[in-house]
Write a protein that binds this ligand. Sequence first.
Ligand SMILES: Cc1ncc(COP(=O)(O)O)c(C=O)c1O
Length: 363
Amino acid sequence: MARPLKLRIDTAALLHNLATVAEYAPNTPRICCVKANAYGHGGIEVAQVLAAGGAEALAVAGLEEALALRKTGIKLPILALEGPFTAAELQEMAAQQIWTVIHSDQQLAWLQKAHPPQPLDIWLKVDTGMHRLGFAPQRLPNIYRQLTPLPQVARIRLMTHFACASDLANPFTAEQNARFEQATAGLVAERSLANSPAIIGWPQTHADWVRPGLMLYGISPFGQAHPAAARLKPAMQVDSAVIAVRELQAGDAVGYNHRWRATTPARIAVVAAGYGDGYPRNTENGTPALVNGQQAKVVGRVAMDMLTLDVSGIADVAVGSPVELWGTNLSVNDVAAHSGYSPYELLARIPARPERSYYAGTP
Ligand SMILES: Cc1ncc(COP(=O)(O)O)c(C=O)c1O
């Protein structure tokens, strides 16, 4: 019998979420973020599903990720969000028709001197307050005017990125939006600002292109369930099974360093899933998991291949009982909240070991 840990991706949920982006931002093309192995869901498979489902463009961090997608025959525009890391990468981007962000003076200089095989589509990035990548807003009109006549530049588009969009009470998103509008006023170019939380929560920022990431995978980008994100369907299902059951007496402790000790008699289920599968090692005692569909709690330190759950109140737990670690019935947000990770990080750090399998609607 195979190890019971299963990481399954519902391609129907991905397509549902892609369509949901269009409900939030009607008639706005979507640059779908599939970087970091599509947030752990499998970059090539997800890109193929989204491309077949009508996504208008894809986004990755750099050229290597973009080339890996091109090699599988993906024809959609692919945007490299961090832009070129060398002048030579611009040549390759042009040859492979990869869109690139230009966010720094060094990249600007490479572009100005480049003789690519075909003109490049570029996205000029404006730093409206994230203070990570991008040009100061007041420099934008001048840079735009310098680049417009260059034969190596096909089309210029404009973008910025939000720092606080997941906090719907924070006025800084509106402030960034206003700074972007001011910086780009009068420039004839398409614009993009919105990531998942902005697509859902800040409709005034939708502009000409939206850039969904987390919401495509069916996860609320607000760190917890939110009515505005309730239509999303989680695409990743992580299930395993109980492989041993232990009866503990009061005073008995579990696992490495005996991090948890029973204060009353307790029944412990050992589950085949550990940090070698991407389950966070430092998750707290009390992190939820579902056994036989009922909520159990992680107790003791998560090991490489196993974790332990207190199943004292749950009926009929035996070797083979099904365990859901996250998915349709338990959000990855809930596990993230107990582990010191964001849902983004929990998903992106899943290693290759749990083999991903794909299904549409019914596993
Ligand atoms: C520039 C840029 N746009 C869009 C996104 C997508 O963000 P989200 O996953 O919150 O939708 C990211 C993600 O990190 C990003 O870096």
